[in-house]
Design a protein around this ligand. Structure first.
Ligand SMILES: Cc1cc2nc3c(=O)[nH]c(=O)nc-3n(C[C@H](O)[C@H](O)[C@H](O)COP(=O)(O)O)c2cc1C
Length: 247
């Protein structure tokens, strides 16, 4: 699928919470998911990532027909990498009418797979086209000015990328735009029902998702860029994540 198709899925995707149990994924669809996962583009090179697709009943997840269990080496930025990679799958599957929900709460007994640690799961199941999002502007997100400072010419992009999914909808991304530079931060000043010690974990995955949305929106608008990932830092109120030089 070309970038244009992924971009359109930003508006169609949603976190599926009610799956119609009479609909089933076919073997062809499962094979296609398998093939697609192999093609996901990573954010960070040389981090080994593996996955397994298991029936939902093999996990604590209460939704979907299957769960995709994601395992990774725990190297620097591995959580950003997981968010960035698997959001591509979320968008790809929306185009195939397959519902997805990132499922941070889900647990599996298989905490290791081929020496890699379990990170997070995604619930999957066939949906009807009508069950996907119809009017993205109706879903709950922060005001653009709350997350994006200095838009100059990037208004559409700022407006669209904020629809990225995030754990408990925390939307911890913050963007500062100056001249031809975008600086992406993660704020640690978030209010959520998540246990406090889990917030950095989930919000790092979220920021990886957001970086993918941002890059998709830039490319869709014919803006090329160079991306620099910042060195991981200790907790501060605003943690620098990435810098984009717009070309
Ligand atoms: C890393 C991550 C973990 C999530 N975990 C859960 C979860 O455990 N249960 C759930 O119902 N939704 C979960 N979600 C879905 C979010 O609640 C959802 O993305 C957010 O509310 C925005 O809604 P939308 O995805 O429909 O646009 C998770 C999302 C992300 C990105």
């Amino acid at each position: 699928m070309i970038d244009k198709e992924y971009y359109k899925m930003i508006f169609k995707r949603k976190s599926f919470r009610k799956f119609n149990d009479t609909l089933k994924l076919s073997n062809d669809e499962l094979r296609d998911i398998d093939e697609k996962v192999k093609e996901l583009i990573s954010l960070v090179d040389n981090i080994d990532v593996k996955y397994r697709i298991v029936r939902r009943e093999e996990t604590t997840c209460k939704r979907g027909e299957y769960c995709l269990l994601i395992y990774s080496e725990e190297k620097e930025k591995f959580l950003l990498n997981i968010g960035y990679m698997f959001e591509q799958l979320d968008l790809y599957l929306a185009n195939k009418d397959i519902g997805v929900c990132w499922y941070g709460m889900g647990k599996t007994q298989e905490l290791e797979y081929e020496n890699l640690k379990f990170v997070i799961m995604m619930a999957l199941g066939k949906g009807q086209p009508s069950e996907f999002r119809r009017d993205y502007t109706k879903c709950k997100r922060k005001e653009t000015q709350e997350i994006w400072n200095g838009v100059s010419g990037l208004e559409t992009i700022a407006e669209v990328v904020k629809y990225a999914p995030s754990a408990c909808n925390t939307q911890s991304w913050r963007v500062v735009c100056k001249k031809n530079k975008l600086k992406i931060y993660r704020t640690t000043n978030v209010k959520s029902i998540m246990p406090k010690d889990k917030v950095p974990f989930y919000n790092s995955i979220d920021i990886g998702i957001f970086l993918y949305f941002l890059e998709l929106a830039l490319l869709y608008n014919h803006i090329s860029f160079q991306r620099f990932l910042c060195k991981e830092q200790d907790e501060a109120e605003l943690i620098p994540i990435a810098i984009y030089n717009l070309l």
